[in-house]
Design a binder for this molecule. Structure first.
Ligand SMILES: Cc1cc2nc3c(=O)[nH]c(=O)nc-3n(C[C@H](O)[C@H](O)[C@H](O)COP(=O)(O)O)c2cc1C
Length: 378
């Protein structure tokens, strides 16, 4: 009887479903999506790492216009020195050179060196604290002790991502309230911070129980979950909620383009890979021409490569050039298409959540009944 809908994390965050919508950076989050998930009883999230303080305040207001339920704002913690716009013109030209043919092909003028590549983290954190979301989630590290103490004082639950049990322990020891265990099936960036991402590639099935054994704080499982069987599985592994990214990115309320959504629901989503080509950091997306060609080229570091390829994305999207844009996608995408939802039909988040909860209940029931597991699609 729905006992799987009663986790400690749900109680602490006042959720009615053990479900977190994974935040998306780079402008792919949407207030409509976060609010729809929170309204349904899960935790909606919004990735704000590309926004300045004013943008973060406006985002929180836009979500609050649509829901009074709890939601999360999400930031990337900068690595030491990585955000400095230190490179000179010669270095900038060297980073731009491998991308010049793509600017030419899309008819886009190559960009000038910017004063900054990304908003200042210190200002972003102040804006998140001022917005007072129910949850401050973050990746690529641990906020300072001072920031974590201020979150505690403000009643903001902190949720940090781990790609290894060691990272989970480091988060807990710093006083972070909950841990997202992110398996390598996940779409988007590999958010490792203790060891190189390439050396931190553990799958969700192995990672979640190890993290659940290593820490006492609640664990959220992420990576490879897109249907109710996945949710039931990670709850059995010791997670208190499932975080779904790719599945919600394909929903009509997400901030991405229909071109990207179609790719997520189409046959090309069966072939994903890890690449540094788009941002300078390792991330999972659908293997396309840009990814293949850049594999043989030098790639600028983050955030410079991210900033440069972001200048290509609007033109690629407008011209329908899925071969030249980042198509972030996890390994679970082929689970999304159903017989009653043809490829071009983008689900509403509320309908997707209803499907997830039906399937989770059925999966738990089948385990309890000892009945042979059958596909929820059949
Ligand atoms: C396009 C995209 C952007 C993402 N951006 C962020 C981000 O900024 N911060 C973050 O914590 N997670 C980010 N993620 C990870 C998701 O929040 C989520 O943990 C992940 O997608 C779960 O795995 P799944 O894709 O297999 O469902 C992103 C994922 C995708 C697909």
């Amino acid at each position: 009887m729905n006992t799987w809908k009663q986790t400690e994390l749900m109680r602490r965050l006042d959720l009615s479903l053990p479900l977190v919508q994974g935040p998306f950076g780079g402008g792919l989050s949407a207030a409509e999506l976060a609010a729809a998930v929170s309204e349904a009883g899960g935790l909606g999230s919004f990735g704000v790492h590309h926004l300045d303080a004013a943008g973060i305040a406006a985002t929180a207001a836009a979500i609050r216009q649509r829901t009074a339920r709890p939601f999360a704002l999400n930031l990337w913690i900068p690595f030491e020195g990585s955000d400095a716009a230190s490179a000179d013109d010669a270095q900038f030209a060297a980073w731009l050179a491998p991308l010049q043919p793509y600017f030419d092909e899309l008819g886009v003028a190559p960009p000038q060196r910017p004063a900054r590549y990304s908003p200042a983290y210190a200002e972003q954190v102040e804006a998140v604290l001022a917005a007072r979301p129910a949850v401050f989630s973050f990746v690529y590290g641990i906020p300072s002790a001072d920031i974590l103490a201020r979150c505690r004082d403000l009643g903001i639950f902190t949720l940090g991502a781990a790609t290894t049990p060691d990272e989970a322990v480091a988060l807990e020891q710093a006083g972070v309230d909950g841990v997202v265990a992110s398996g390598f099936e996940a779409g988007g960036h590999r958010v490792s911070f203790l060891r190189p991402a390439e050396e931190s590639l553990t799958g969700t099935l192995a990672l979640v129980p190890q993290v659940a054994d290593a820490v006492r704080v609640p664990v959220v499982a992420a990576g490879g979950i897109a249907d109710g069987r996945g949710i039931a599985a990670v709850l059995a592994l010791g997670a208190q909620a499932a975080q779904i990214g790719t599945g919600f990115l394909a929903c009509r309320e997400s901030g991405t383009s229909d071109l990207h959504r179609r790719a997520l629901l189409g046959p090309q989503a069966r072939d994903t890979g890890l690449t540094r080509a788009f941002s300078g950091r390792l991330a999972r997306g659908i293997r396309n021409r840009f990814m293949r060609e850049l594999a043989a080229q030098p790639v600028a570091p983050y955030p410079q490569q991210n900033w440069l390829t972001a200048r290509l994305r609007p033109a690629a999207t407008a011209q329908g050039r899925a071969d030249l844009m980042s198509l972030w996608c996890g390994q679970s995408a082929p689970l999304l298409a159903t017989p009653d939802a043809p490829e071009a039909t983008f689900p509403a988040a509320a309908d997707y959540i209803a499907r997830l909860m039906r399937e989770t209940a059925a999966a738990v029931q089948r385990l309890e009944n000892g009945v042979r597991f059958t596909s929820p699609k059949g």
